[in-house]
Design a binder for this molecule. Structure first.
Ligand code: AMP
Ligand code: MG
Length: 401
């Protein structure tokens, strides 16, 4: 059977960044990746700029740091200096304001005092040329590439793009993901389940996992465990670049999803992965569309989404690092565990003064959603019958970043 790492590799081989589109830089673009290099349209700062409130002066006038200078003007942010600084002169200057010609240093206002109107006494160390000044173009030069394709748009990128006047950019768009629930026993959330029925908890869970991963979910409803019902719904789902199915991929008599997918021309790349929960997971492609068949048990569904679907969505979005995000954490308490497949156990990850710590949450198996509400991660336990000890390190799959 395929390992999780091998299965992830296969998924990522088939996931290519979606064709670039132009998007306005509204918050809907947060988390998207650039599909173009961004070039600055100006020097930043646009002039030699004071980094402190104080006095712009000529360092040569104060060889030992002390002296009295004539204040010839006051330069606030947004104003341009009117006169050059001559020998024995200074200008009062505010943070961010342009430096006057002739000045080569700024002395902090705290190191000065007014002697008389227009006379300032400086009592400081000898000023160094360039002190408290940011030279024009030091951060970036006009024509310089300041962001490259693949950069993910976070608030600081929005700030930088605003600095260079961009209101729209080319990005890889958020993937549209069709969500199809299957199962004769599944009813919509607003209904009261009859005998043998359960509510569709996977639909809302998958839709919000998709949103959290940066995708746009499109819910297609519930297909019944009959070839005709599955076929109609799946054909609709294959119009999206990604189709996520819930249920119908195990070995039961009515697990018809893989067969119907193949009838509809979906190429199967794997069906079963060495993991618990989630072993029956299916992955295939239809032209460029990615098709995931996740097991119906809610915890299996959630784990398989984080391990396989989320990295695929990030790759479609052009992220260089598709994840998932693993870290190593020490076990908070002794934990005896026996399993015959590598197991992704719901867990609570926390930072402590000893670093990352992980605590498995009480869990009654792959249908136990209640246990999942206590969890923010999965801790990976190895095959075998083990008495895991507090303080041992384990890989942890984080979900909430
Ligand atoms: P399946 O993968 O279709 O064999 O389903 C496995 C288990 O998950 C069964 O007990 C189903 O009742 C349950 N299940 C299937 N689909 C859903 C769903 N949409 N929401 C909650 N549980 C489900
Ligand atoms: Mg089913």
């Amino acid at each position: 059977m395929l390992s999780v790492a091998e299965a992830q590799h296969i998924v990522l081989q088939h996931a290519q960044p979606l064709p670039a589109e132009e998007t306005p830089l509204t918050s809907a673009a947060l988390g998207l990746a650039l599909a173009e290099d961004i070039v600055s349209d100006l020097d930043m700062p646009p002039y030699d700029k004071a980094l402190m409130d104080g006095y712009a002066l000529r360092s040569a006038d104060l060889p030992d740091g002390h002296g009295v200078l004539t204040v010839i003007e006051e330069i606030t942010a947004g104003r341009t200096p009117q006169q050059p600084i001559g020998p024995g002169q200074a200008a009062r200057i505010m943070t961010g304001a342009p430096l006057p010609i002739g000045a080569d240093a700024v002395v902090m206002v705290e190191r000065t005092r007014m002697e008389a109107e227009k006379l300032v006494a400086v009592e400081d160390k000898p000023p160094k040329p360039g002190q408290n000044i940011l030279c024009r173009g030091r951060e970036m030069r006009r024509g310089e590439a300041i962001l490259t394709a693949g950069a993910v748009l976070r608030p600081q990128e929005f700030g930088l793009l605003a600095t260079v006047g961009r209101t729209a950019v080319m990005v890889h768009p958020a993937p549209r993901v069709a969500v199809l629930t299957t199962g004769d026993e599944v009813v919509e959330v607003g209904e009261v389940p009859g005998p043998g029925q359960i509510r569709n908890s996977n639909g809302p869970m998958l839709s919000t996992q998709i949103a959290r991963a940066g995708g746009v979910a499109r819910y297609l409803g519930i297909a019944r465990d009959r070839p005709d019902s599955l076929r109609t719904h799946i054909m609709e789902g294959l119009r999206s670049p990604v189709l996520v199915l819930s249920g119908g991929v195990s070995a039961g008599k009515l697990d018809l999803v893989p067969g119907v997918l193949q009838d509809l021309g979906v190429t199967a790349h794997f069906h079963k992965v060495e993991m618990k929960p989630g072993k029956p997971v299916f992955f295939g492609t239809h032209d460029k569309a990615l098709v995931f068949g996740l097991p119906g048990n809610p915890v299996s569904s959630m784990a398989c989404f984080e391990l396989f679907v989320r990295p695929a969505l990030r790759r479609l979005m052009g992220h260089a690092d598709p994840g998932p995000i693993w870290l190593h954490a020490t076990l908070a308490e002794d934990f005896a565990y026996r399993t015959d497949r590598p197991t992704y156990h719901p867990a609570r990850l926390a930072t402590t003064d000893r670093g990352w710590e992980v605590r498995p949450v009480p869990w009654f198996g792959s249908s136990d959603l209640r246990g999942l509400t206590q969890a923010n991660a999965f801790v990976l336990f190895p095959v075998g019958d083990h008495q895991h000890k507090a303080g041992q390190l384990f890989p942890v799959l984080t979900m909430e970043s």
